[in-house]
Design a protein around this ligand. Sequence first.
Ligand code: TIU
Length: 225
Amino acid sequence: MSDPVSIPANPAPFPLDPGGFALVIIDMQRDFLEPGGFGESLGNDVGQLRRTIQPLRAVLDATRALGLPVVHTREGHLPDLSDCPPSKLNRGLPSRRIGDPGPNGRILIRGEYGHDIIDELAPVAGEAVVDKPGKGAFYGTGFGDLLVAAGVSQLVVTGVTTEVCVHTTVREANDRGYDCLVLEDCVGSYFPEFQAAGLAMIAAQGGIFGWTATSADYLKALSAI
Ligand code: TIU
């Protein structure tokens, strides 16, 4: 481990290992952030998530500039829905379900325009993109193997939504031995009350499954690397 850089965080400072972490960007897809996609089909106000884009773009730029590992994830399913269990398919408004046609293509289907990452945060060459059928990034994917190959033990976690895919991924990661720092202004929820509770739940009980910090403090730490 190289000398850690201390980031002010809840519930305690986070010792960022400059050579031992990856930035993980969860599901910043049109299907969640733009009208006509999966998020809206569930009855949500997709505008609630847009405040994450600008701080996340700054975090992505600074992380890229140092050549540090970046992993993007996308939630979605095969065109024949063979990887979408009834427990998931039967959610949402009957008028528009996973696989149904929408203005950005079939809802939450791999290869469709709506399934891809928003232009502002589009991956560049060399960045991993993990397609996942579930809420967590580990289930049914090569994410775990990818992290082992990258030799990282810490994850800086961003993306949407705070209480669903971010939480599931952070809990899965914590169970597997990763220390997770969640950037408060770079994760978003359709529900302000879930945003607050979701962040509080991570850092409560002495950091029961992670830490939380602001992107400003993460950027400050990067400038010290
Ligand atoms: N509905 C909701 O809040 N989230 C999801 O369905 N997926 C993710 O969080 N990516």
